[in-house]
Design a protein. Sequence first.
Length: 221
Amino acid sequence: MLTRTLTPQEYQAITALHAIGPLSGWEWMAAFDTNAIDLITFCTDRHPCGVGADAALLAHWAAGGRCIVHHNHLSGESLSNKDWGALVSQPADEIFAHTDDGSIFQGLIVDRPGMAAALGKWRDATNAADAAFMAAMPPLPNLLNLTNQLSKHLLGSALARRGLATYAYELGPSWSALVAAYPGAIARGVSAAGAVLQTEMPLSAACAGRLRTNLPRVRRR
Protein backbone atom coordinates (compact mmCIF):
# COMPACT_ATOMS: atom_id res chain seq x y z
CA MET A 1 0.00 0.00 0.00
CA LEU A 2 1.26 3.47 -0.87
CA THR A 3 1.66 6.06 1.87
CA ARG A 4 -0.96 8.36 0.36
CA THR A 5 -3.68 8.52 -2.25
CA LEU A 6 -2.36 9.72 -5.57
CA THR A 7 -4.03 12.74 -7.15
CA PRO A 8 -6.04 12.62 -10.40
CA GLN A 9 -3.24 14.59 -12.02
CA GLU A 10 -0.72 11.95 -10.99
CA TYR A 11 -2.90 9.16 -12.35
CA GLN A 12 -3.17 11.01 -15.66
CA ALA A 13 0.61 11.18 -15.82
CA ILE A 14 0.92 7.49 -14.92
CA THR A 15 -1.46 6.59 -17.73
CA ALA A 16 0.70 8.59 -20.11
CA LEU A 17 3.86 6.89 -18.84
CA HIS A 18 2.34 3.46 -19.44
CA ALA A 19 1.26 4.46 -22.93
CA ILE A 20 4.34 6.23 -24.22
CA GLY A 21 7.10 4.32 -22.42
CA PRO A 22 6.73 0.93 -24.15
CA LEU A 23 5.76 2.58 -27.42
CA SER A 24 8.89 4.73 -27.53
CA GLY A 25 11.21 2.31 -25.78
CA TRP A 26 12.40 5.14 -23.54
CA GLU A 27 12.19 6.08 -19.90
CA TRP A 28 10.05 9.14 -19.19
CA MET A 29 9.63 11.36 -16.15
CA ALA A 30 6.64 13.31 -14.89
CA ALA A 31 7.73 15.76 -12.18
CA PHE A 32 5.14 17.52 -10.03
CA ASP A 33 5.30 20.29 -7.50
CA THR A 34 4.95 19.02 -3.94
CA ASN A 35 1.18 19.57 -4.07
CA ALA A 36 1.11 16.62 -6.52
CA ILE A 37 -1.19 18.67 -8.75
CA ASP A 38 0.94 21.11 -10.73
CA LEU A 39 2.99 19.35 -13.41
CA ILE A 40 6.46 20.83 -13.80
CA THR A 41 7.62 18.70 -16.71
CA PHE A 42 6.96 15.53 -18.67
CA CYS A 43 10.19 14.64 -20.43
CA THR A 44 12.60 12.00 -21.70
CA ASP A 45 16.26 11.77 -22.65
CA ARG A 46 15.36 9.25 -25.37
CA HIS A 47 17.13 6.49 -23.48
CA PRO A 48 15.68 3.21 -22.15
CA CYS A 49 17.28 3.54 -18.72
CA GLY A 50 17.43 6.97 -17.14
CA VAL A 51 16.10 10.46 -17.62
CA GLY A 52 17.67 13.67 -16.35
CA ALA A 53 16.29 16.96 -15.13
CA ASP A 54 15.30 19.26 -17.99
CA ALA A 55 15.31 23.06 -18.09
CA ALA A 56 11.85 23.35 -16.52
CA LEU A 57 12.76 21.20 -13.53
CA LEU A 58 16.12 22.89 -13.06
CA ALA A 59 14.37 26.27 -13.07
CA HIS A 60 11.88 25.00 -10.49
CA TRP A 61 14.73 23.93 -8.24
CA ALA A 62 16.61 27.18 -8.79
CA ALA A 63 13.54 29.05 -7.54
CA GLY A 64 13.61 27.03 -4.33
CA GLY A 65 10.99 24.49 -5.32
CA ARG A 66 10.91 20.79 -4.57
CA CYS A 67 9.26 18.02 -6.54
CA ILE A 68 7.63 14.60 -6.70
CA VAL A 69 8.89 12.31 -9.45
CA HIS A 70 7.06 9.60 -11.37
CA HIS A 71 8.90 7.58 -14.01
CA ASN A 72 8.51 4.33 -15.91
CA HIS A 73 10.87 1.37 -15.57
CA LEU A 74 11.01 -0.60 -18.78
CA SER A 75 13.06 -3.20 -16.88
CA GLY A 76 10.00 -4.05 -14.80
CA GLU A 77 12.11 -3.63 -11.66
CA SER A 78 11.70 -1.57 -8.50
CA LEU A 79 13.53 1.61 -7.42
CA SER A 80 17.25 1.63 -8.22
CA ASN A 81 20.16 3.03 -6.24
CA LYS A 82 20.11 6.02 -8.60
CA ASP A 83 16.46 6.62 -7.75
CA TRP A 84 17.18 6.54 -4.02
CA GLY A 85 20.29 8.64 -4.54
CA ALA A 86 18.23 11.30 -6.28
CA LEU A 87 16.14 11.69 -3.14
CA VAL A 88 19.30 12.19 -1.10
CA SER A 89 21.08 14.64 -3.39
CA GLN A 90 18.30 16.56 -5.16
CA PRO A 91 15.24 18.61 -4.09
CA ALA A 92 12.85 15.67 -4.51
CA ASP A 93 10.49 14.53 -1.75
CA GLU A 94 9.08 11.34 -3.28
CA ILE A 95 9.91 9.10 -6.20
CA PHE A 96 7.67 6.56 -7.90
CA ALA A 97 8.64 3.87 -10.40
CA HIS A 98 5.96 2.33 -12.62
CA THR A 99 6.23 -1.02 -14.39
CA ASP A 100 4.29 -2.42 -17.31
CA ASP A 101 2.12 -4.71 -15.15
CA GLY A 102 0.77 -1.67 -13.27
CA SER A 103 2.98 -1.98 -10.21
CA ILE A 104 3.88 1.23 -8.38
CA PHE A 105 6.98 1.48 -6.18
CA GLN A 106 7.28 4.52 -3.89
CA GLY A 107 10.33 5.82 -2.04
CA LEU A 108 10.78 8.52 0.62
CA ILE A 109 13.81 9.30 2.76
CA VAL A 110 13.54 8.96 6.54
CA ASP A 111 17.19 9.24 7.63
CA ARG A 112 19.13 11.30 5.09
CA PRO A 113 22.68 10.85 6.49
CA GLY A 114 22.03 7.18 7.09
CA MET A 115 20.61 6.78 3.63
CA ALA A 116 23.63 8.49 2.08
CA ALA A 117 25.90 6.04 3.89
CA ALA A 118 23.72 3.11 2.84
CA LEU A 119 24.08 4.06 -0.81
CA GLY A 120 27.82 3.62 -0.41
CA LYS A 121 27.16 -0.01 0.53
CA TRP A 122 24.60 -0.69 -2.19
CA ARG A 123 26.74 -3.12 -4.18
CA ASP A 124 27.71 -5.16 -1.13
CA ALA A 125 24.13 -5.20 0.10
CA THR A 126 22.89 -6.25 -3.33
CA ASN A 127 25.42 -9.08 -3.52
CA ALA A 128 24.42 -10.28 -0.06
CA ALA A 129 20.70 -10.10 -0.83
CA ASP A 130 21.06 -11.90 -4.15
CA ALA A 131 23.22 -14.65 -2.66
CA ALA A 132 20.85 -15.25 0.25
CA PHE A 133 17.82 -15.28 -2.03
CA MET A 134 19.39 -17.75 -4.45
CA ALA A 135 20.59 -20.02 -1.63
CA ALA A 136 17.03 -20.26 -0.31
CA MET A 137 15.57 -21.11 -3.72
CA PRO A 138 15.29 -24.43 -5.56
CA PRO A 139 17.52 -24.77 -8.65
CA LEU A 140 15.08 -23.24 -11.11
CA PRO A 141 16.21 -22.69 -14.71
CA ASN A 142 15.15 -19.04 -14.49
CA LEU A 143 16.64 -18.41 -11.05
CA LEU A 144 19.07 -15.75 -12.25
CA ASN A 145 16.29 -13.84 -13.99
CA LEU A 146 14.10 -14.05 -10.87
CA THR A 147 16.97 -12.76 -8.75
CA ASN A 148 17.62 -9.84 -11.07
CA GLN A 149 13.92 -8.98 -11.09
CA LEU A 150 13.64 -9.00 -7.30
CA SER A 151 17.03 -7.54 -6.37
CA LYS A 152 16.00 -3.88 -6.10
CA HIS A 153 12.84 -4.87 -4.22
CA LEU A 154 14.97 -6.70 -1.65
CA LEU A 155 17.13 -3.61 -1.19
CA GLY A 156 14.15 -1.26 -0.86
CA SER A 157 12.62 -3.54 1.76
CA ALA A 158 15.93 -3.65 3.63
CA LEU A 159 16.21 0.15 3.63
CA ALA A 160 12.76 0.36 5.17
CA ARG A 161 13.54 -2.32 7.74
CA ARG A 162 16.63 -0.39 8.85
CA GLY A 163 14.53 2.78 9.24
CA LEU A 164 16.44 4.64 6.54
CA ALA A 165 13.59 5.06 4.07
CA THR A 166 9.92 4.48 3.49
CA TYR A 167 9.43 1.89 0.78
CA ALA A 168 5.85 1.28 -0.28
CA TYR A 169 4.22 -0.36 -3.26
CA GLU A 170 1.07 -1.48 -4.98
CA LEU A 171 1.75 -4.58 -7.03
CA GLY A 172 0.31 -5.50 -10.39
CA PRO A 173 -0.48 -9.10 -11.34
CA SER A 174 3.03 -10.15 -12.39
CA TRP A 175 4.70 -8.69 -9.33
CA SER A 176 1.98 -9.99 -6.99
CA ALA A 177 2.50 -13.52 -8.26
CA LEU A 178 6.28 -13.21 -7.97
CA VAL A 179 6.24 -11.98 -4.38
CA ALA A 180 3.62 -14.51 -3.31
CA ALA A 181 5.56 -17.41 -4.80
CA TYR A 182 8.81 -16.98 -2.84
CA PRO A 183 8.13 -15.32 0.55
CA GLY A 184 10.79 -17.26 2.45
CA ALA A 185 13.58 -16.58 -0.01
CA ILE A 186 12.59 -12.93 -0.23
CA ALA A 187 12.73 -12.62 3.57
CA ARG A 188 16.22 -14.17 3.56
CA GLY A 189 17.39 -11.70 0.94
CA VAL A 190 15.98 -8.71 2.81
CA SER A 191 17.64 -9.83 6.05
CA ALA A 192 21.00 -10.29 4.35
CA ALA A 193 20.86 -6.84 2.77
CA GLY A 194 19.79 -5.30 6.07
CA ALA A 195 22.77 -6.82 7.84
CA VAL A 196 25.13 -5.14 5.39
CA LEU A 197 23.33 -1.81 5.59
CA GLN A 198 23.56 -1.88 9.39
CA THR A 199 27.35 -1.76 9.34
CA GLU A 200 29.10 1.58 9.41
CA MET A 201 30.85 2.82 6.28
CA PRO A 202 31.58 6.31 4.93
CA LEU A 203 29.73 7.52 1.87
CA SER A 204 31.55 6.32 -1.22
CA ALA A 205 32.71 8.71 -3.89
CA ALA A 206 30.49 6.90 -6.36
CA CYS A 207 27.35 7.89 -4.49
CA ALA A 208 28.51 11.46 -4.13
CA GLY A 209 28.56 11.77 -7.90
CA ARG A 210 25.82 12.55 -10.35
CA LEU A 211 22.66 10.50 -10.12
CA ARG A 212 20.09 9.42 -12.69
CA THR A 213 16.43 9.14 -13.07
CA ASN A 214 15.07 12.39 -11.99
CA LEU A 215 18.35 13.97 -12.45
CA PRO A 216 21.88 14.26 -13.59
CA ARG A 217 23.53 12.08 -16.06
CA VAL A 218 24.59 8.51 -15.46
CA ARG A 219 23.42 6.13 -18.12
CA ARG A 220 23.60 2.86 -16.26
CA ARG A 221 21.36 1.98 -13.27
